[in-house]
Design a protein around this ligand. Structure first.
Ligand SMILES: *[C@@H]1O[C@H](CO)[C@@H](O)[C@H](O)[C@H]1NC(C)=O
Length: 212
């Protein structure tokens, strides 16, 4: 009996609603219900149409004229209502020459990244205490995976634009961009916290607050 006790937490997890929600869906689809169509979570299947499973526009390059030189065009459940409950999504990533997609993490998704055009350095960092940095230079046709939750980045290291498709294992992967989250939170994290955490003086922290 005692050696079966270790199974209890596993049993509890498998029965919890959080985990059930990730199990296979209970219907063919559950298109996000637009506001004003009853109070069901899913759109009435009789009203669902092909356009609920459709998105157009990923042939259009994102505008990379911004301080980091990159643009992500998401196709998540909010852009494509038919993705709701299906646990998958994607995004187009444009990076100008020498631009970066800054270090960020997707709390709910693994990302598999395919290069359509250009040359890009990619990397991710493992958890504490190792904080190992895995990185690689990718060319057209190359594929790289960023494991769920880990901080990762991309940098265009060529003279041509980078175009890539990021596929994600969540309909709503979320994104936490490290710089924006740490230095651009609303309201700010107290500079005393950031001074010690990053071993910087208060003026530098104030400057970083102003930048994000
Ligand atoms: C791209 O963004 C920049 C900066 O916001 C803006 O000035 C420019 O007009 C945009 N270009 C296009 C083609 O939308």
């Amino acid at each position: 009996m005692a050696n079966l006790l270790f199974l209890l937490p596993i049993l509890a997890l498998s029965l919890s609603p959080v985990f059930v929600a990730y199990a296979s869906t209970l219907q063919d689809f559950c298109v996000t219900n637009p506001i004003g169509q009853g109070n069901s979570v899913c759109k009435d299947p009789k009203l669902v149409e092909a356009n609920d499973f459709f998105f157009s526009g990923l042939h259009i390059a994102g505008n990379t004229t911004n301080p980091v030189g990159s643009k992500v065009t998401p196709v998540f459940a909010s852009q494509l209502p038919g993705l709701n409950t299906l646990g998958i999504s994607l995004a187009r990533v444009d990076i100008a020459p020498w631009g970066v997609n800054p270090p960020h993490t997707h709390p709910r998704a693994t990302e598999i990244f395919t290069i359509l055009e250009g040359t890009v350095e990619v990397g991710f960092i493992t958890s504490n205490p190792e904080n190992r940095h895995f990185w690689k230079v990718l060319h057209k046709g190359d594929v790289f995976v960023f494991p769920v939750g880990l901080i990762h980045y991309q940098r265009n290291i060529g003279y041509d634009n980078v175009v890539a498709i990021a596929a994600l294992s969540s309909q709503n992967p979320g994104a936490i961009t490290i710089g924006n989250a740490v230095f651009g939170a609303t309201p700010n994290i107290a500079s005393e916290v950031l001074v010690k955490a990053f071993q910087l003086d208060k003026n530098t922290i104030n400057y970083l607050h102003s930048k994000f």
